[in-house]
Design a protein around this ligand. Structure first.
Ligand code: RP5
Length: 172
């Protein structure tokens, strides 16, 4: 795989980094090159539109948007491109991400956005989902995803064994 970014991650604020780094780590673990930057739908609408309009031409295949509050970033990005846009609601306000979730998930017909769970789990899944999209046309990525699923099974088996041992220890 070349070093040219295939996934573009945007976040509304550098304060969203702690959550959005999970998407970056997921992509990194599959060797998928990505780029990541701050751009806000509200504070820097021109910067956001310029980035998204140039994305397909630069070889980007999937876009990921992380934002909190009145989170319009993913929708605004989807309005400017035909690339798939994955959205991560960030729990950065008093409403703990429910505001962002509803803003992202309630897109009007015609402009789809694939919204993940709130917070770090959602960011990790956005990264994995981007890998899954790319794997449709990349057999080696598809194989690595299959290996990852096997690792998940092994992880649950370790947890099941630990739980059984704990129950014995606690006399349950
Ligand atoms: C959103 O508003 C950002 O995505 C962030 O989650 C939230 C608050 O931004 P800051 O005031 O922390 O920069 O646009």
């Amino acid at each position: 795989m070349s070093d040219k970014p295939l996934v573009g991650i945007l976040m509304g604020s550098d304060n969203d980094y702690e959550v959005m780094v999970e998407a970056a780590l997921a992509l990194k673990s599959f060797g998928v090159p990505f780029e990541m930057m701050v751009s806000s739908a509200h504070r820097t609408p021109e910067r956001t539109a310029t980035y998204v309009r140039s994305a397909r031409g630069r070889g980007i295949k999937v876009l990921i948007a992380g934002a909190g509050a009145a989170a319009h970033l993913a929708g605004v990005m989807a309005a400017e491109t035909t690339l798939p846009v994955l959205a991560v609601p960030i729990d950065s306000t008093a409403l703990q991400g429910l505001d962002a979730l509803l803003a992202m998930v309630q897109m009007p017909a015609g402009i789809p956005v694939a919204t993940m769970a709130i917070g770090k789990a959602g960011a990790r899944n956005a990264g994995l989902f981007a890998v899954q999209i790319l794997s449709v046309a990349d057999e080696s990525l598809a194989q690595r995803l299959a290996d990852y699923k096997v690792q998940l099974v092994a992880g649950v088996e370790v947890k099941a064994k630990a739980l059984a041992e704990r129950m014995v220890k606690d006399g349950i």
